[in-house]
Ligand binder design. Sequence first.
Ligand code: G3H
Ligand code: ZN
Length: 295
Amino acid sequence: MNLKEEVAKASQNKQAIGHFNVANFEMLKAVLLAGQELSQEKGEHIPLIIGLSESERKFIGSRQAVVFIKSWREENNYPVFVNADHCHSFESVKEAGEDGFDSIVIDFSRLTVEENIKATKESVSYIRENFPGILLEGELGVIGEHSALLDEVPEKAVINKEQLTTVDEATMFTQETGVDYIAPAVGNIHGMLKNSYNPNLDIERIKEIKEKIKVPLVLHGGSGIRDEEMKEAVSAGMSVVHISTELRKAYSFGIKDLAGDFFVTNPDEVTPYKVMEPVIKKVQQVAKNKLELFG
Ligand code: G3H
Ligand code: ZN
Protein backbone atom coordinates (compact mmCIF):
# COMPACT_ATOMS: atom_id res chain seq x y z
CA MET A 1 0.00 0.00 0.00
CA ASN A 2 1.70 3.07 -1.29
CA LEU A 3 0.18 6.53 -1.42
CA LYS A 4 2.38 7.71 -4.28
CA GLU A 5 1.19 4.82 -6.45
CA GLU A 6 -2.45 5.37 -5.49
CA VAL A 7 -2.27 9.07 -6.42
CA ALA A 8 -0.47 8.26 -9.68
CA LYS A 9 -3.14 5.70 -10.52
CA ALA A 10 -5.93 8.20 -9.77
CA SER A 11 -4.15 10.82 -11.87
CA GLN A 12 -3.85 8.41 -14.82
CA ASN A 13 -7.50 7.35 -14.59
CA LYS A 14 -8.78 10.93 -14.21
CA GLN A 15 -10.19 10.05 -10.80
CA ALA A 16 -9.48 11.58 -7.42
CA ILE A 17 -8.70 10.21 -4.00
CA GLY A 18 -10.85 11.64 -1.21
CA HIS A 19 -8.94 13.49 1.50
CA PHE A 20 -11.17 13.95 4.54
CA ASN A 21 -10.29 16.13 7.51
CA VAL A 22 -11.27 14.79 10.89
CA ALA A 23 -11.12 16.30 14.36
CA ASN A 24 -12.06 13.33 16.50
CA PHE A 25 -12.45 9.57 16.45
CA GLU A 26 -16.14 9.65 15.58
CA MET A 27 -15.43 11.58 12.39
CA LEU A 28 -12.54 9.25 11.64
CA LYS A 29 -14.78 6.22 12.14
CA ALA A 30 -17.41 7.74 9.84
CA VAL A 31 -14.89 8.26 7.01
CA LEU A 32 -13.44 4.76 7.39
CA LEU A 33 -16.95 3.28 7.32
CA ALA A 34 -17.77 5.29 4.18
CA GLY A 35 -14.68 3.91 2.45
CA GLN A 36 -15.45 0.36 3.54
CA GLU A 37 -19.11 0.61 2.52
CA LEU A 38 -18.31 1.88 -0.96
CA SER A 39 -15.46 -0.61 -1.36
CA GLN A 40 -17.87 -3.43 -0.63
CA GLU A 41 -20.37 -2.10 -3.16
CA LYS A 42 -17.72 -1.67 -5.86
CA GLY A 43 -15.84 -4.86 -5.08
CA GLU A 44 -12.48 -3.07 -4.79
CA HIS A 45 -10.63 -1.09 -2.15
CA ILE A 46 -11.33 2.64 -2.46
CA PRO A 47 -8.24 4.45 -1.11
CA LEU A 48 -8.72 7.16 1.48
CA ILE A 49 -6.60 9.94 2.91
CA ILE A 50 -7.34 11.16 6.43
CA GLY A 51 -6.25 14.77 6.96
CA LEU A 52 -5.37 16.46 10.22
CA SER A 53 -4.73 20.19 10.24
CA GLU A 54 -2.46 21.74 12.90
CA SER A 55 -5.43 22.40 15.22
CA GLU A 56 -7.02 19.02 14.54
CA ARG A 57 -3.70 17.36 15.41
CA LYS A 58 -3.53 19.29 18.63
CA PHE A 59 -7.08 18.30 19.55
CA ILE A 60 -6.98 14.60 18.69
CA GLY A 61 -3.32 13.90 19.52
CA SER A 62 -1.09 13.87 16.45
CA ARG A 63 1.09 10.83 17.07
CA GLN A 64 -1.80 8.82 18.52
CA ALA A 65 -3.98 9.48 15.46
CA VAL A 66 -1.16 8.39 13.13
CA VAL A 67 -0.62 5.17 15.10
CA PHE A 68 -4.36 4.45 15.13
CA ILE A 69 -4.78 4.97 11.37
CA LYS A 70 -1.70 2.96 10.45
CA SER A 71 -2.70 0.09 12.73
CA TRP A 72 -6.25 0.12 11.29
CA ARG A 73 -4.70 0.01 7.80
CA GLU A 74 -2.62 -3.04 8.66
CA GLU A 75 -5.37 -4.90 10.46
CA ASN A 76 -7.89 -4.35 7.68
CA ASN A 77 -5.39 -4.44 4.82
CA TYR A 78 -7.08 -1.25 3.60
CA PRO A 79 -5.36 1.60 1.71
CA VAL A 80 -5.94 4.47 4.11
CA PHE A 81 -3.22 7.10 4.51
CA VAL A 82 -2.69 9.91 6.97
CA ASN A 83 -1.77 13.44 5.96
CA ALA A 84 -0.44 16.33 8.08
CA ASP A 85 -2.57 19.03 6.51
CA HIS A 86 -1.55 22.70 6.15
CA CYS A 87 1.73 22.95 8.06
CA HIS A 88 2.40 26.67 8.25
CA SER A 89 5.94 26.62 9.67
CA PHE A 90 9.17 24.66 9.40
CA GLU A 91 8.63 23.49 13.01
CA SER A 92 5.22 22.12 12.15
CA VAL A 93 6.61 20.25 9.09
CA LYS A 94 9.42 18.82 11.23
CA GLU A 95 6.94 17.62 13.89
CA ALA A 96 4.79 15.98 11.22
CA GLY A 97 7.88 14.12 9.99
CA GLU A 98 8.66 12.96 13.51
CA ASP A 99 5.05 11.89 14.11
CA GLY A 100 5.15 9.48 11.17
CA PHE A 101 2.63 10.93 8.69
CA ASP A 102 2.47 9.41 5.20
CA SER A 103 2.35 12.86 3.63
CA ILE A 104 2.75 16.50 4.60
CA VAL A 105 1.17 19.66 3.18
CA ILE A 106 3.81 22.36 3.35
CA ASP A 107 1.76 25.55 3.29
CA PHE A 108 3.60 28.84 2.91
CA SER A 109 0.96 30.21 0.55
CA ARG A 110 0.51 33.25 2.83
CA LEU A 111 3.95 34.44 1.68
CA THR A 112 4.93 35.93 -1.67
CA VAL A 113 5.66 33.35 -4.39
CA GLU A 114 9.43 33.83 -3.99
CA GLU A 115 9.27 33.46 -0.20
CA ASN A 116 6.90 30.51 -0.54
CA ILE A 117 9.37 28.74 -2.87
CA LYS A 118 12.28 29.41 -0.51
CA ALA A 119 10.47 28.19 2.63
CA THR A 120 8.94 25.16 0.88
CA LYS A 121 12.34 24.18 -0.53
CA GLU A 122 13.92 24.30 2.90
CA SER A 123 11.18 22.05 4.37
CA VAL A 124 11.39 19.65 1.41
CA SER A 125 15.13 19.15 1.77
CA TYR A 126 14.83 18.63 5.54
CA ILE A 127 12.14 15.95 5.17
CA ARG A 128 13.87 14.25 2.21
CA GLU A 129 17.03 13.98 4.26
CA ASN A 130 15.54 12.97 7.61
CA PHE A 131 12.28 11.19 6.74
CA PRO A 132 12.60 9.83 3.21
CA GLY A 133 9.44 8.31 1.79
CA ILE A 134 7.02 10.95 3.06
CA LEU A 135 5.10 12.58 0.21
CA LEU A 136 5.24 16.36 0.12
CA GLU A 137 2.68 18.80 -1.22
CA GLY A 138 3.19 22.51 -1.92
CA GLU A 139 0.51 25.22 -1.87
CA LEU A 140 0.04 28.14 -4.25
CA GLY A 141 -2.23 31.13 -3.76
CA VAL A 142 -4.33 32.35 -0.85
CA ILE A 143 -7.65 30.50 -0.67
CA GLY A 144 -8.83 31.51 2.82
CA GLU A 145 -7.94 29.99 6.15
CA HIS A 146 -10.96 28.36 7.69
CA SER A 147 -13.10 25.31 7.09
CA ALA A 148 -16.22 27.10 8.25
CA LEU A 149 -19.68 28.21 7.16
CA LEU A 150 -19.15 31.59 5.52
CA ASP A 151 -21.32 34.65 4.92
CA GLU A 152 -19.04 35.76 2.10
CA VAL A 153 -15.87 34.83 0.23
CA PRO A 154 -12.89 35.51 2.56
CA GLU A 155 -11.41 38.93 1.88
CA LYS A 156 -7.95 37.80 0.80
CA ALA A 157 -8.99 34.72 -1.15
CA VAL A 158 -7.98 34.87 -4.81
CA ILE A 159 -10.90 34.06 -7.08
CA ASN A 160 -10.48 36.43 -10.04
CA LYS A 161 -8.92 34.97 -13.16
CA GLU A 162 -5.92 37.29 -13.08
CA GLN A 163 -5.05 36.22 -9.51
CA LEU A 164 -5.29 32.47 -10.02
CA THR A 165 -2.22 30.25 -10.25
CA THR A 166 -0.76 30.39 -13.76
CA VAL A 167 0.88 27.55 -15.66
CA ASP A 168 4.23 29.37 -15.40
CA GLU A 169 3.95 29.84 -11.64
CA ALA A 170 2.98 26.22 -11.14
CA THR A 171 5.87 25.04 -13.34
CA MET A 172 8.43 27.21 -11.60
CA PHE A 173 7.16 26.28 -8.13
CA THR A 174 7.22 22.55 -8.86
CA GLN A 175 10.69 22.61 -10.41
CA GLU A 176 12.26 24.80 -7.75
CA THR A 177 10.80 23.11 -4.69
CA GLY A 178 10.81 19.45 -5.78
CA VAL A 179 7.43 18.70 -4.14
CA ASP A 180 5.56 15.51 -5.08
CA TYR A 181 2.33 17.32 -5.83
CA ILE A 182 0.89 20.81 -5.84
CA ALA A 183 -2.33 22.56 -4.88
CA PRO A 184 -2.95 25.53 -7.20
CA ALA A 185 -5.47 28.31 -6.61
CA VAL A 186 -8.10 27.80 -9.31
CA GLY A 187 -11.08 29.64 -7.83
CA ASN A 188 -11.42 27.26 -4.87
CA ILE A 189 -11.80 28.57 -1.31
CA HIS A 190 -11.62 26.97 2.12
CA GLY A 191 -15.02 26.82 3.78
CA MET A 192 -18.46 27.01 2.23
CA LEU A 193 -20.87 29.86 1.67
CA LYS A 194 -24.02 29.57 3.79
CA ASN A 195 -26.48 30.77 1.19
CA SER A 196 -25.12 29.63 -2.14
CA TYR A 197 -22.54 27.41 -3.79
CA ASN A 198 -18.95 28.59 -3.67
CA PRO A 199 -17.55 30.64 -6.58
CA ASN A 200 -16.97 28.70 -9.80
CA LEU A 201 -13.75 26.83 -10.34
CA ASP A 202 -11.67 27.67 -13.41
CA ILE A 203 -11.85 24.29 -15.11
CA GLU A 204 -9.85 25.52 -18.12
CA ARG A 205 -7.02 26.63 -15.83
CA ILE A 206 -6.98 23.20 -14.16
CA LYS A 207 -6.65 21.57 -17.60
CA GLU A 208 -3.87 23.95 -18.67
CA ILE A 209 -1.86 23.33 -15.50
CA LYS A 210 -2.45 19.58 -15.65
CA GLU A 211 -1.18 19.44 -19.25
CA LYS A 212 2.11 21.10 -18.41
CA ILE A 213 2.86 19.89 -14.89
CA LYS A 214 4.31 16.46 -14.29
CA VAL A 215 3.19 16.10 -10.66
CA PRO A 216 -0.43 15.35 -9.63
CA LEU A 217 -2.74 18.22 -8.65
CA VAL A 218 -4.67 18.58 -5.40
CA LEU A 219 -7.91 20.49 -4.94
CA HIS A 220 -8.35 22.12 -1.54
CA GLY A 221 -11.61 23.63 -0.38
CA GLY A 222 -13.73 20.81 -1.76
CA SER A 223 -16.85 21.76 0.23
CA GLY A 224 -19.63 23.87 -1.25
CA ILE A 225 -18.89 22.90 -4.85
CA ARG A 226 -21.71 21.70 -7.10
CA ASP A 227 -21.51 17.96 -7.86
CA GLU A 228 -21.26 18.49 -11.61
CA GLU A 229 -18.52 21.05 -11.21
CA MET A 230 -16.62 18.72 -8.90
CA LYS A 231 -16.81 15.96 -11.52
CA GLU A 232 -15.47 18.39 -14.13
CA ALA A 233 -12.60 19.40 -11.84
CA VAL A 234 -11.66 15.75 -11.31
CA SER A 235 -11.75 14.91 -15.01
CA ALA A 236 -9.79 18.11 -15.75
CA GLY A 237 -6.96 16.80 -13.58
CA MET A 238 -7.47 17.04 -9.82
CA SER A 239 -6.17 13.78 -8.35
CA VAL A 240 -6.81 14.41 -4.64
CA VAL A 241 -9.74 16.43 -3.26
CA HIS A 242 -9.83 17.83 0.28
CA ILE A 243 -13.15 17.93 2.13
CA SER A 244 -13.58 19.36 5.60
CA THR A 245 -16.43 21.86 6.12
CA GLU A 246 -19.15 19.56 4.78
CA LEU A 247 -18.05 16.86 7.25
CA ARG A 248 -17.92 19.39 10.09
CA LYS A 249 -21.41 20.58 9.17
CA ALA A 250 -22.82 17.03 9.07
CA TYR A 251 -21.22 16.32 12.45
CA SER A 252 -22.33 19.51 14.21
CA PHE A 253 -25.82 19.62 12.74
CA GLY A 254 -26.10 15.91 13.53
CA ILE A 255 -25.41 16.68 17.18
CA LYS A 256 -28.00 19.48 17.14
CA ASP A 257 -30.55 17.05 15.66
CA LEU A 258 -30.03 14.60 18.53
CA ALA A 259 -31.98 16.85 20.87
CA GLY A 260 -35.15 16.96 18.79
CA ASP A 261 -34.82 13.48 17.37
CA PHE A 262 -32.78 10.75 19.10
CA PHE A 263 -33.35 11.95 22.66
CA VAL A 264 -37.09 12.33 22.09
CA THR A 265 -37.40 8.58 21.45
CA ASN A 266 -34.48 7.55 23.70
CA PRO A 267 -34.62 9.99 26.64
CA ASP A 268 -32.63 7.72 28.99
CA GLU A 269 -29.94 6.63 26.56
CA VAL A 270 -26.47 7.52 27.84
CA THR A 271 -24.22 5.04 25.99
CA PRO A 272 -21.92 7.21 23.86
CA TYR A 273 -21.65 4.85 20.90
CA LYS A 274 -25.43 4.53 20.72
CA VAL A 275 -26.02 8.27 21.07
CA MET A 276 -23.41 9.08 18.43
CA GLU A 277 -24.50 6.47 15.92
CA PRO A 278 -26.90 8.76 13.98
CA VAL A 279 -24.24 11.50 13.89
CA ILE A 280 -21.62 9.10 12.56
CA LYS A 281 -24.10 7.93 9.92
CA LYS A 282 -24.60 11.51 8.70
CA VAL A 283 -20.87 12.15 8.35
CA GLN A 284 -20.42 8.75 6.70
CA GLN A 285 -23.10 9.60 4.10
CA VAL A 286 -21.40 12.88 3.17
CA ALA A 287 -18.01 11.17 2.77
CA LYS A 288 -19.53 8.34 0.73
CA ASN A 289 -21.33 10.75 -1.63
CA LYS A 290 -18.06 12.60 -2.25
CA LEU A 291 -16.15 9.38 -2.92
CA GLU A 292 -18.77 8.44 -5.52
CA LEU A 293 -18.31 11.82 -7.23
CA PHE A 294 -14.53 11.35 -7.39
CA GLY A 295 -14.97 8.29 -9.56
O1 G3H B 1 -7.41 21.12 3.75
C1 G3H B 1 -8.64 21.13 3.95
C2 G3H B 1 -9.51 21.39 2.86
O2 G3H B 1 -8.96 22.11 1.86
C3 G3H B 1 -10.95 21.46 3.14
O3 G3H B 1 -11.63 22.54 2.59
O4 G3H B 1 -13.32 22.99 4.35
O5 G3H B 1 -13.61 23.82 2.06
O6 G3H B 1 -13.82 21.41 2.53
P1 G3H B 1 -13.18 22.70 2.90
ZN1 ZN C 1 -6.95 22.85 2.56
